[in-house]
Design a protein around this ligand. Structure first.
Ligand SMILES: NC(=O)C1=CN([C@@H]2O[C@H](COP(=O)(O)OP(=O)(O)OC[C@H]3O[C@@H](n4cnc5c(N)ncnc54)[C@H](O)[C@@H]3O)[C@@H](O)[C@H]2O)C=CC1
Ligand SMILES: O=C(O)C(=O)Cc1ccc(O)cc1
Length: 307
């Protein structure tokens, strides 16, 4: 059953994985009236028109946002500021601008100053995605049972925040609010550093393959396959994530290398106790996640009693 629309007019800027998934999800659940869209490349706009992505694909960002109640910036984080500057004069007074960027502090700093008074800014970040990108990669179920973090800025209008939150919930997401600094540190641990580790590991394996002519990639087991999937993610998007979440990522990577060196030393010196204790501790973390009912992939997610 469709809910009442939360917004009469929504504009999506940047028509890739996240924007296309939002479009299909909003339409499936009846959350938006007319949805307009704009992407920088002519080819992307042509594909969007062909597959019916957006009710109207516009040839400029300003045209797309004209009259929109909600504008969602779905471009790589390094492009958010320039897009905000471009759309600012065309925004409807009282409209809400949101974004889906993987980094929040840098986006708030680059977008915020461009927005005119009377326009609400409600940054958000869906913790859902795939290694695929572009207008044909989206699907309506992407956000189901996934977290979407809402990151209000100072003085954010509570009503505007509540509507953005309701939109994500309408698309099947679980929502929580967080401040930008905390968000960037949490994401550096849970997403950004792991992506960098996957990129490195796949690069190392590729180098080894060249050197030894062995078949490390062909016969890779499940863990490494996941690394190759993650390392296939969009290079522009991830370059921007690391350049804009520099501080938190470097902090996490510093700690990571220290631990890695300690494990490396334990292997070299044959310190089995160190390895065993470390792996015992990490195994308990995974079990703790499951027992606390925090595994969103579990079939009984949300029904396990929190102890
Ligand atoms: N891919 C993922 O798994 C996730 C991505 N995000 C965030 O969502 C945002 C979008 O990511 P995706 O949809 O995956 O990217 P994508 O690469 O699939 O799509 C990005 C779109 O933005 C357009 N674009 C790039 N620069 C532009 C500009 N200056 N003006 C107008 N359009 C421009 C591209 O042509 C493309 O249509 C990024 O900020 C990313 O950090 C958030 C959660 C998950
Ligand atoms: O595909 C995966 O494993 C992801 O980790 C998707 C993802 C990528 C970037 C985000 O900011 C949030 C989610």
């Amino acid at each position: 059953m469709s809910a009442a629309p939360i917004y009469d007019r929504v504009a999506l800027i940047g028509l890739g994985l996240i924007a296309s998934s939002m479009f299909w999800a909003m339409k499936r659940h009846g959350l938006a009236g007319e949805v307009t869209g704009f992407a920088r490349s002519e080819a992307t706009r042509a594909t969007a028109r062909e597959i019916g992505l957006c009710d109207r694909v516009c040839d400029s960002a300003a045209e797309a946002v004209e009259g929109a109640d909600l504008v969602v910036l779905c471009v790589p984080v390094g492009a958010m500021g320039a897009v905000a500057a471009e759309i600012a004069p065309a925004l409807k007074p009282g409209a809400t601008v949101s974004d889906v960027g993987s980094v929040k502090k840098a986006v708030i700093e680059s977008v915020g100053p461009h927005l005119p008074e009377g326009v609400h800014f409600v940054p958000a970040h869906p913790l859902a995605g795939t290694e695929h990108s572009g207008p044909t990669s989206g699907f309506a179920e992407l956000f189901e049972n996934r977290w979407s973090l809402i990151v209000p800025v100072e003085g954010s209008d509570r009503e505007a925040v509540a509507r953005v939150e309701a939109l994500w919930q309408g698309m099947g997401a679980l929502t929580d609010e967080m401040d930008a600094e905390h968000h960037d540190l949490v994401l550096a641990v849970t997403s950004h550093a792991p992506h960098l580790i996957a990129y490195t590991m796949v690069g190392v394996a590729d180098d080894l393959r060249r050197v030894t002519d062995s078949e490390v990639i062909k016969y890779s087991a499940a863990g490494f396959r996941d690394f190759t999937r993650i390392a296939a993610s969009d290079p522009t998007m991830w370059r921007d994530v690391f350049l804009t979440n520099k501080e938190a990522t470097l902090e996490v990577l510093g700690r990571f290398t220290e631990e890695l060196f300690a494990l490396q030393r334990a292997i070299r010196t044959g310190d089995g106790d160190h390895l065993f204790d470390y792996f015992t501790r990490t195994r308990a973390i995974r079990r703790g996640i499951i027992e606390a009912g925090q595994d969103t992939d579990a079939p009984d997610f949300g029904r396990v009693k929190k102890g």
